[in-house]
Each structure stands twice: as C-alpha cells, then as structure tokens.
Ligand binder design. Structure first.
Ligand code: PBG
Ligand code: ZN
Length: 324
C-alpha cells in the first residue's frame, strides 16, 4: 500500500495529538518581571509600549506579586527605578531602595514566591550604561565592585536569587566570592550569560528608564551575528559559578538556546524580551493576528528549543490559559 508511512495517523484528533505531544507548557515554567519604582504608595502607571505591564510603587508591586503567585507562577524578577541617579549608580545598593523594599515586602506577604533580582547598573546611572564610564568607555573591572555591592544588597534584603545582566567579564566570579564571604553560600546566581546587543530591548528601556544617554551597548553585549561565541560565554560563566544560564533575547535566538541546552548540563533560561512582547500586543490590537494563539506558539517554541525556564511578560496571561 502506498504510502506506508502516514504521519497524519497521529494527528487525527485532539486525544491522539495530546498523547504524542513533545512539549508542554506549565505556569511553573515562567518568571514574571516586575518594575518597582521609588514612588508614593499606590502609584501604578501602565508602560505605553508594553500594554498590561506597569511601573509601580513597592506596595503595589507586593499586591501584584500575590496575584502572580495565585496564578501558579513560581517566581518574579525585580527591576528597580530609582528617584536618584548618578554617575556610579549608587542607588543600586541603597538598603532602602525600591528593589530592596520590594524584596522584603514580597517575602513577608508571599514567602513561597521566589524573588529574583536583576543586577545591573543601567537603571541607576545618570548616563544609562551598565557600568562605570571613563573617557566615553564602559570600564570592566571597576564595574565589578559596584555589581557585587548591588548583588550583596539584594541578598541582605532577602532575595532568593540574583541575576546579573550587565555582560562585564568576570562578574559571576566576583559576585559569587562576595556572596560566599558574606555568608550567602546557598544563594544561586542566574547569569544572563548570553545577552545580545538587541533592538528588541527598546520597550524595556522606556519601562526601566535606562536608555543609554550616548552610544550603545555593543562594546559589552554580544553581536547578534555570533553563534560560537555564545558557547564561550556560557562556559566562562559556568566555570565562574553560575547555577542557571540565560539566553536573551529568546525568539530570534532559538538556535542559541538549543546549542546551550545541548552543550551544558545546567538549567537554561530564556528571556522573551520586551520587544517580542510588544510586537505581539501591537499586532493583536490591530486584529492582524490571534494574539493568544501566537503567544502560546512563541512560548512553546522557546521551550521546545530547550529552555527550562522562560522569563516573560506574557506569564500571567499564559498561566491563566493553562489553568493554574
Ligand atoms: C539591564 C537589562 C535590560 C533588559 C534586562 N536587563 C536592558 C538592556 O540591557 O538594555 C532587557 C529586558 C527586556 O527587553 O525585556 N541591563
Ligand atoms: Zn544594564
């Protein structure tokens, strides 16, 4: 009989399709980012390029975290928007900073919700770069000390995990040493190991008020054209003590997620970034795509490529559809 092989046999109805499905999503796969601003109680402002996402005060972020937890999402990632910015980004390690307060507030209100913090200088520096500037250059080694201070400050406030996103060389080692010396040997590090200099971060920079005031981030973030270099970045971070490695952005970098998954034994996270989210929202609003279906297809593809963890602004909507 022709043809012998008929793959369509296993696509006949939803029951058999469910039985042979290779990838499934769960709310437990997601981490939801929150933008915590140093603002008066009750403040909440929608980010115009990221519908459904907000800059909010500490009390509102705590409330929001409860909602995230109730949807079955295990973790949040905190970004801080400080009142005061300066050249070295000193608000980053302010024990009374928005992130530090939000950590405490969330851990008090929903202790089971895992609190991860983004560790970087760009939200705190007046020039908007991820490190110390001298002569128009972002200096590597002097930045490491600042990042360690910031990570330690988050740890002291009660963070469950820190996630350095700056792309300075050697930062995982320095942060690991600092945490260990201060007694935080059990605190894991999720490294933004493979972070590309991507235009997909555009909406985030509005959200976090972290647009570089001059130049761009190409002297520290990776060239989108490079694939082999991603494995080198991951190898270095693993050697330096990273517990989880991240690829960012996700959607245009599925090959990289797959490479990292195949090459290394530790959990792989992927960041479905702001621009990826905004494009889906915009096309959905225009009626050009079925927004929910496209969202689930994108998240499934990121997981299928090899991500164990997905950082995504879609987390709440997706968790609702998956029925927490
Ligand atoms: C900070 C940071 C950025 C993002 C996460 N951490 C922006 C950047 O590097 O410019 C991007 C997140 C997103 O676009 O959703 N370094
Ligand atoms: Zn940064």
């Amino acid at each position: 009989m022709f043809p012998v092989h008929r793959p369509r046999r296993l696509r006949k109805d939803d029951t058999i399709r469910r039985m042979v499905r290779e990838t499934s999503l769960s709310p437990a796969d997601f981490i939801y980012p929150l933008f915590v601003a140093e603002k008066k109680k009750g403040y909440r402002e929608e980010i115009s390029s990221m519908p459904g996402c907000y800059q909010e005060s500490v009390d509102r972020a705590v409330k929001h975290a409860k909602e995230v937890h109730s949807l079955g999402i295990p973790a949040v990632l905190l970004f801080g928007i400080p009142k005061h910015k300066d050249a070295e980004g000193s608000s980053a390690w302010d024990p009374k900073g928005a992130v530090q307060q939000a950590i405490k507030g969330i851990k008090d209100a929903v202790p089971e919700l895992y609190v991860i913090t983004d560790v970087c200088m760009c939200e705190y520096t007046d020039h908007g770069h991820c490190g110390v500037i001298e002569g128009g250059q972002v200096l590597n080694d002097p930045t490491l000390e600042l990042l360690s201070k910031e990570a330690l400050s988050h740890a002291r406030a009660g963070a469950d995990m820190v996630a350095p996103s700056d792309m300075m060389d050697g930062r995982i080692e320095i942060i690991r040493d600092t945490l260990d010396e201060e007694g935080f040997t059990e605190l894991p590090i999720m490294s933004y190991a493979v972070k590309y200099a991507s235009a997909f971060f555009g909406p985030f920079r509005e959200a976090a008020e972290s647009t570089p005031q001059f130049g761009d981030r190409r002297s520290y973030q990776m060239d989108p054209a490079n694939r082999r270099e991603a494995l080198k970045e991951v190898a270095l971070d693993v050697e330096e003590g990273a517990d989880i490695v991240m690829v960012k952005p996700a959607l245009s970098y599925l090959d990289i997620i797959s490479d990292v998954k195949n090459e290394f034994d530790l959990p792989v996270a992927a960041y479905n970034v702001s621009g990826e989210y905004s494009m889906v929202k915009a096309a959905g609003k225009m009626g050009w795509i079925d927004e929910e279906k496209v969202m689930m297809e994108i998240l499934t593809s990121i997981k299928r490529a090899g991500a164990d963890i997905i950082l995504t602004y879609h987390a709440k909507e997706a968790a609702k559809l998956l029925g927490a």
